[in-house]
Design a protein around this ligand. Structure first.
Ligand code: GLU
Length: 506
């Protein structure tokens, strides 16, 4: 079998959308599964739509997900192409960035021009010097006659000189039956091609997508063209070009779109769609990778397995289990999955991943400081953004109490004050607060006061940790240490007394 070579071919026109990213992931998985190669090709033929920084953004995404690229643009090219200014005379040397480079379309213009000439010579393409004004006029006239607007074929038989400003168009046959064996959808057949003499080469010497994609996929020996289903209508033209040039067709695999839960195409309305916003929201790359792979792919008919390591995805991925129908991006499932992955992390990695979220809240701890608590925090969060709130109690600067919560139906402010005073006393008698031996002391206080031990736990929790939902109480008390715990209890007593006075007045 031929080497499996797949590519991701983004246009650097903005943020990498998760739907596009899924196409890249499937292409990467297919290449890895077969021990082949995964390429990145920059399709920057539309210079007007280029967004500075877009290429680096894509590369950073791949790095975050841990998806290596085997062949692609060089660092120097990326820097030049990604700047504010259009790259000054960057020349593309053959073989740059890999054996088939350069992997940037704007650096391959002469190749497209050469192929356009070849197509003209073969009689399947022609030069057209119709001006935009003429084409506009033609369109208006067609509309007035209630015809479907499109190029009339005016220059097909004119011998337009190569010295006049012109485009090169494909001579679309009036009748053409095109058949394709799609790697995901099976056989697709066209009787009539909806494109009227489409432009292959623009008057500025740049190719259109149609010409460039065919030439590059051929030249780069791509075995599987994996791309979004929005390209299906263009596929017959691409197939005709392969055939006209006598080139072997790759396997086209048109991937269905990713939908939001309301059945509409996934967009910002549904939630995050770019990789960096998921990162900012506290998702782990491996969880997101697993989740995205699983939208529209399953390891086998009816197989319910959800959690796959990267290695397992590579091992099990195959095109025959990619769905031909659209997949739904379920954010709740993603956060569940992220929780699963967070729990699997070593405390060290969990700490490292949490650090930037802690820093964003002005919190900073050493790993050693947090180590005893980390596994307990891991149990409680689905997103890394939830970590800081569970640790603010450790920092005097950020610690605040939801003191009102201390009063419940069963525990009045007066009673809470009594509990705190007793716990303060009790802890004074103990040498050291140790998580595994705190409970009996609190139970003893409960018994002495004739209240439930749950009430003592809750009152102590709010006084010392600030709120009801916290990491486990005993471990937290141990971590704070006896002195800090007692001083917080002492501090809380007047706050509770104030509540008591308020209650009396009210
Ligand atoms: N440059 C095209 C896009 O960004 C790529 C389509 C393809 O993969 O062939 O949509």
């Amino acid at each position: 079998m031929k080497e499996v070579r797949t590519r991701f071919a983004p246009s650097p026109t903005g943020l990498l959308h998760i739907g596009g990213f899924r196409s890249a992931l499937y292409a990467w998985l297919l290449a890895r599964h077969h021990g082949g190669k995964f390429l990145l090709r920059i399709e920057d033929t539309d210079q007007e739509r280029r967004v500075p920084g877009a290429i680096q953004y894509i590369l950073d995404g791949f790095r975050w997900f841990g998806m290596e690229i085997d062949e692609g643009p060089t660092e120097q090219q990326i820097q030049a192409l990604d700047g504010e200014q259009i790259a000054p005379n960057l020349s593309g040397e053959k073989g740059e960035g890999g054996p088939y480079g350069p992997y940037v379309q704007s650096l391959r213009l002469t190749r497209y021009q050469e192929i356009a000439e070849q197509l003209i010579e073969a009689g399947v393409a022609f030069r057209c010097d119709c001006t935009p004004e003429m084409l506009q006029e033609e369109r208006l006239a067609q509309q007035a006659r209630k015809e479907v607007p499109g190029y009339s074929g005016y220059c097909r038989t004119r011998n337009v000189s190569r010295d006049t400003k012109h485009v090169v168009r494909f001579k679309m046959p009036d009748k053409a039956k095109v058949v394709m064996q799609d790697g995901i959808r099976g056989r697709i057949e066209w009787e009539k091609i909806p494109l009227r003499d489409p432009v292959l080469l623009k008057s500025d010497g740049f190719p259109t997508y149609h010409l460039a994609v065919v030439v590059d996929d051929h030249d780069m020996e791509i075995s599987h063209v994996m791309r979004g289903e929005e390209w299906i209508p263009s596929a017959p033209l691409h197939l005709m070009l392969y055939d006209a040039l006598g080139w072997e067709r790759p396997t086209f695999c048109h991937l269905p779109v990713v939908l939001g839960s309301d059945g509409k195409k996934l967009s910002k309305r549904h939630g995050s769609t770019s990789w960096s916003s998921f990162q900012d929201e506290g998702y782990l790359p491996e969880a997101l990778l697993n989740f995205i792979a699983r939208i529209g792919w399953s390891p086998g008919e009816g197989d319910e397995q959800e959690i796959f390591s990267r290695e397992e995805l590579i091992e099990k991925f195959s095109l025959d289990h990619v769905n031909a129908s659209s997949g739904v991006f379920e954010y709740t499932k993603l956060s569940w999955m992220n929780g699963v992955y967070l729990r699997q992390l070593s405390p060290k990695r969990f700490f490292e991943e949490s650090e930037r979220f802690l820093a964003a809240e002005g919190l900073s701890f050493s790993f050693e400081e947090l180590e005893p608590l980390l596994p307990l925090i891991q149990e409680r969060v689905k997103l890394l953004t939830e970590v800081p709130a569970l640790l603010t109690f450790l920092s005097e600067d950020h610690f605040t109490r939801e003191i009102d919560q201390i009063v419940t139906k069963k525990v009045s402010a007066a009673k809470a004050g009594g509990i705190l005073a007793q716990v303060y006393e009790k802890f004074g008698e103990i040498e050291e607060l140790r998580a595994d031996s705190i409970e009996p002391h609190l139970v003893a206080v409960a018994e002495a006061l004739g209240v439930k031990s749950g009430a003592v736990l809750l009152t102590t929790r709010i006084a010392v940790l600030g709120k009801k939902a916290t990491p486990p109480l005993f471990e937290s008390l141990e971590l704070l240490g006896k002195e800090r715990v007692r001083s917080r209890l002492e501090e809380a007593i007047p706050l509770v007394q104030a509540l008591e006075r308020e209650a009396a007045v009210g």
